[in-house]
Design a protein around this ligand. Sequence first.
Ligand SMILES: Cc1ncc(COP(=O)(O)O)c(C=O)c1O
Length: 371
Amino acid sequence: MLSPREAIRTLPSYHPPLARRTGLRLDFNENTVGCSPSVVERLRGITADDLARYPEREPVEREVANFLGLDPTELLLTNGVDEAIHLLCQTYLGPGDEALIVVPTYSMYRIYMMSAGADVISIPAADNFQFPAAGVRNRINPRTRLIAIANPNNPTGSLAPAGDLLAIAQAAPHAAILIDEAYFEFCGQTLLTRRRESPNLFIARTFSKAYGLAGLRIGALIGPPDQMPAVCRAASPYNVNAIALACLPEALADQTYIHNYVAEIRDSRARLEHTLTSFGLKFWTSQANFVLFRVAQTAADAAAFTDRMRARGILVRDRSSDPGCAGCVRITLGPREHTDHLLRVLQETIADLSIAAHQPDNPSEQGASLP
Ligand SMILES: Cc1ncc(COP(=O)(O)O)c(C=O)c1O
């Protein structure tokens, strides 16, 4: 009888709650106003002939490499960062290997690592969801073949110091180190300029967040030129579709759009953090386009909050099932008018549910100063 591989049979299924997403979508860290108008203009110019051809990735890869200040041999365009993660797992992991993640973090690392048959080692974040640099270093051993770190991290929004990440890469020369910079634009810190300091360092970028192109599925994997041919061998030659390839140069060219959008999101982040402070709710200072906060002590109360927000037309993400996140909700930030709406509904919902301010046991845990 036909049976899937054991690694797949035992894989937990991951169903992001994508159904019935009507209202203001502050649940998936997407751009809530859409991409640059010049991208939409380019879309209108796509012809039947453009669609009839297999897509050619290399010319656009040269443009992206040039934009990022890289040699084209260091870059692969991917079907979102998700494909980049998948390819690294396919390239470096097999049964018996260990892959390290710091939890809570982005769910797809575990899924792709497990599907490659590797043993996933979860290292808990340090106090206040800070990056556990020593904890990761101490867990490295000869079986460690991949370490994936989101920086800034999702769902906590916290940022690991570049020096800690490089030290980990240098301590594990036999492992691939993925620094997932999906939220780079909202914080500005990158390891791209220091990539040559360790020959096992990979960096991922996405166009799903600040650029507003989640539906096009396009991201980039940057890695050492001597490693990239192996990663490319694991990829389909047509992994990125023609529409995404046609639009990406337009998206990159409109940096004014990105600059203005990011400025609005940072402003919204400060407003939300200020409001959470005024309610006495515990939150974690974020370097990304979302904020994680504790709305209740129990998962059931966090679910009631999420349902009530949905009933008022705003989708937010219950993160209660993530390690260390019981009672926590993550809210994505949009520009000013979306934040006006969010803060109004948040206030009403908090009043509805009589959510009591619960100060953290340890005052040093309180979300830090406002930006
Ligand atoms: C840390 C992180 N990496 C990657 C992704 C997925 O990116 P993409 O849409 O490029 O596949 C997400 C999406 O939420 C994310 O939070």
